[in-house]
Design a protein around this ligand. Structure first.
Ligand code: NAD
Ligand code: WQD
Length: 334
């Protein structure tokens, strides 16, 4: 029996594949390489000393997916494949709905055909919208999405809930991630987006290696301890372990929702200062106007994941900053 990981060569997917292989699972990856590269497979194999099967397939390609299910005995799917750039989704909403929502429908149809009814889905804290309280708890429900990207996550969550109502043999885990950063301690896998990054840590990494001049910190006058926004940053390896736990613990049909965050809020300035301190490197920055759509502060209530999945984040901000630098300094030209 194997675990199918869609988007398995991507940032979070690759770290999850490492944890799966380490735990003795057999893994099949499906990825269209639209935001990752095939080298990731070699690096996963270097870290784990184990092999995984790879198919370069788009999840909207039903025939291709059917072949994957025919050639393997898939017991569950961890579904990461999707587009994730919030700003791009505002400019290209149809591409986001097509890739994320239609892609998920195609995948579910093939799973149904092959009677594989267990899925762990990459959702996001963005589905809470702006609930008016910075501590996000699963039972707050979904709010109004602030971008087409966020809307695709909310629609997929609803679709999966409807699917369970229609057929209660499905076991579905909706994992709502907060802000994943960091990299595997080996420095062999991590996040290195093409072009100018949108997210904080990839931007800091590019400033630190001298590829970009300075970081713009969006807003210095929020009502927070130092005026900059607060988020719940989580180490990508902790996140990967959370997927393992969800797979192990969720053995009864149903739809289960869990936040994967640390529960701690960290400001943008805290991240910059910690990155400088632990890596002994300067990160040039300036203050810039607020970014449209940013909330001043939010973080997870992770207690449900702790009690139901026996999972909690173990790595702190220092480790996240150290591992992010270790990865980028070893991969600056790739
Ligand atoms: P990523 O872009 O590194 O990984 C996604 C992978 O999916 C890439 O390898 C890409 O090539 C692949 N892919 C995209 N569309 C595909 C398709 N149609 N068919 C096959 N493969 C396809 O992103 P990530 O940061 O690893 O995110 C993984 C998942 O987690 C995404 O669904 C994302 O929305 C979600 N998520 C990410 C964050 C974050 O901040 N990184 C936060 C919350 C949720
Ligand atoms: C973090 C903080 C910025 C860049 C996004 C998605 C969310 C989820 C995680 C997928 C904010 C500040 C950033 C920069 C800055 N992804 N910042 N200068 O916006 O919290 O969440 O990624 O589901 O859905 O919206 O993450 O890394 O972009 O920003 O000052 O150049 O860093 O203002 O306060 P965000 P981020």
């Amino acid at each position: 029996m194997q675990i199918l990981v869609t988007g398995g060569t991507g940032y979070i997917g690759s770290h999850t594949v490492v944890e799966l292989l380490k735990s003795g699972k057999e893994v099949v990856i499906v990825d269209n390489l639209s935001n990752s590269s095939k080298n990731v497979i070699d690096n996963i194999e270097k870290i784990t000393n184990k092999k995984c099967k790879f198919y370069e397939i788009d999840i909207r390609d039903e025939k291709g997916l059917e072949k994957v299910f025919e050639e393997n005995d898939i017991e569950a799917v961890i579904h990461f494949a999707g587009l994730k750039a919030v700003g791009e989704s505002v400019v290209k909403p149809l591409e986001y709905y097509d890739n994320n929502v239609i892609g998920t429908i195609k995948l579910l149809e093939v799973m149904k055909k092959f009677v594989c009814k267990k899925m762990v889905f990459s959702s996001s804290a963005t589905v809470y919208g702006d609930p008016g309280n910075p501590k996000y708890v699963e039972d707050m429900g979904r709010g109004k999405a602030s971008s087409p990207y966020g809307a695709t996550k909310a629609v997929i969550e609803e679709m999966l809930e409807s699917l369970y109502i229609a057929d209660n043999e499905w076991t579905i885990s909706l994992l709502r991630y907060f802000n994943p950063i960091g990299a595997h301690e080996s420095g062999l896998i991590g996040e290195n987006p093409n072009g100018i990054p949108n997210n904080l840590m990839p931007y800091i990494q590019k400033v630190a290696i001298g590829e970009l001049k300075e970081l713009s910190i969006f807003g210095d006058n929020y009502n927070t301890k130092d005026g900059t926004c607060i988020r719940d940053y989580i180490h990508v390896v902790d996140l990967a372990v959370g997927h393992m736990k969800a797979l192990q613990k969720l053995n009864k049909p149903g739809v289960y929702i869990h936040n994967l965050g640390t529960g701690a809020g960290t400001s943008v300035l805290d991240i910059v200062k910690t990155f400088e301190k632990v890596n002994n490197i300067k990160v040039n920055y300036k203050f810039a106007p607020r970014r449209a759509g940013d909330l001043p502060e939010f973080f997870a209530d992770p207690s449900k994941a702790k009690s139901e999945l026996d999972w909690e984040a173990k790595r702190g901000i220092e480790e996240m900053c150290r591992d992010s630098w270790n990865f980028i300094s070893k991969n600056r030209n790739s």
